[in-house]
Write a protein that binds this ligand. Structure first.
Ligand SMILES: [Zn+2]
Ligand SMILES: [Zn+2]
Length: 328
């Protein structure tokens, strides 16, 4: 899996940093997952080589302009290219209305399957809307175990964090992964490449050349591997709900809007410092930390934030636009 930073600035864009948007891509699944959609995310899609007609899930953390103004632009782009693949967008209450407003005023339309899911934390409900033509939700369902979406591949959980408006953090939890495939072993046993390899990789026995072949016993496939966990903080000051959501993450993507000497300002504005981000990574036992949402005041010395966090949590990276991080 690969994480691609599309925007790493907070509040306003600067020369080297666009507004928040982070994409997650897999080698084995066509779907793209996007956390937040800051202004001009569509241009960053092009820069990053991401395709506009892939199945896409977008998870919006909150309704501050820097995290959501790129969403209508991206949807206009989808209309222009006659997108056909499904798009699902998740976020706080009023998400549907925000896009519906663009439908009424600017004629935004979706000729592809579009589902908008508002996460109603107060009532613990997911409110589903289909397309942009009807204001009526198509269904409401109870939230169970903080899960907002689930497929065979992963589940997405959320938590309400501590910011100046209702804000969600999200945790991507991959389900168990298939064991490692050993092509040499398969060739050694004379099994030809093709569909049969896929069946074996999925751990299933096959009959080949009159023999039953068990892929695990034969060493063609290794044991199933645990899935990966990636947590995205949204904008927040330190809070317990984020620690619980992100427990044992392989990667914690955490805002670090300020350096440690501005902790008071950070907390007043319900944001975090580099040190807050590092402490959260320690508390949740994360394996790696990525600092993002960097204030424009650090456009020339963002390394300061990295150095501060590294002092207490060495396995820290600093986001920059178009940085790609492999998550193994
Ligand atoms: Zn922000
Ligand atoms: Zn914010």
């Amino acid at each position: 899996m690969e994480l691609i930073i599309l925007g790493s600035s907070g509040a306003i864009p600067v020369k080297e940093r666009n507004l928040p948007a982070i994409a997650l891509k897999s080698k084995t699944h066509p779907e793209i997952i996007l956390f937040d959609c800051g202004e001009d995310t569509q241009r960053q899609f092009i820069e990053a080589g991401l395709k506009f007609n892939k199945p896409l899930k977008i998870f919006i953390s909150h309704f501050h302009g820097d995290h959501i103004i790129g969403l209508p632009g991206l949807l206009f782009r989808f209309s222009l290219i006659d997108r056909t693949t499904p798009l699902m967008i998740f976020g706080p209450r009023n998400l549907f209305f925000y896009l519906y407003f663009h439908r009424i005023t600017l004629g935004l339309h979706a000729g592809y399957p579009l589902t908008i899911v508002e996460i109603d934390h107060e009532n613990q409900e997911l409110i589903h809307f289909e397309g942009l033509d009807s204001e009526e939700p198509i269904k409401k369902e109870k939230i169970v175990n903080n899960i907002v979406f689930e497929t065979k591949w992963y589940m997405m959980k959320y938590a309400l964090v501590d910011h100046s408006v209702p804000t969600y953090a999200y945790a991507f939890l991959e389900k168990h992964r298939l064991g490692k495939f050993n092509p040499e072993k398969a060739k050694e046993l004379g099994i030809p490449q093709g569909r049969i390899w896929k069946t074996l990789h999925e751990g299933n026995q096959v009959e080949y050349d009159g023999k039953i072949i068990d892929p695990v016993k034969e060493g063609i496939v290794g044991p199933k591997r645990p899935g990966r966990k990636i947590t995205y903080s949204g904008d927040t000051m330190p809070c317990q709900s984020l620690i619980e959501l992100g427990k044992d993450s392989d990667l914690l993507i955490h805002e670090a809007t300020y350096a440690k000497n501005l902790a008071e300002v950070a907390h007043e504005k319900k944001h975090s410092t580099s040190i807050d981000a590092a402490n959260s990574a320690i508390k949740m036992n994360a394996k790696q930390l990525l600092l993002t949402h960097i204030s424009s005041r650090y456009q020339d010395d963002a390394q300061l934030l990295l150095a501060e966090a590294k002092e207490i949590y060495p396995n820290t990276l600093l986001a920059r636009d178009l940085l790609r991080i492999a998550i193994d």
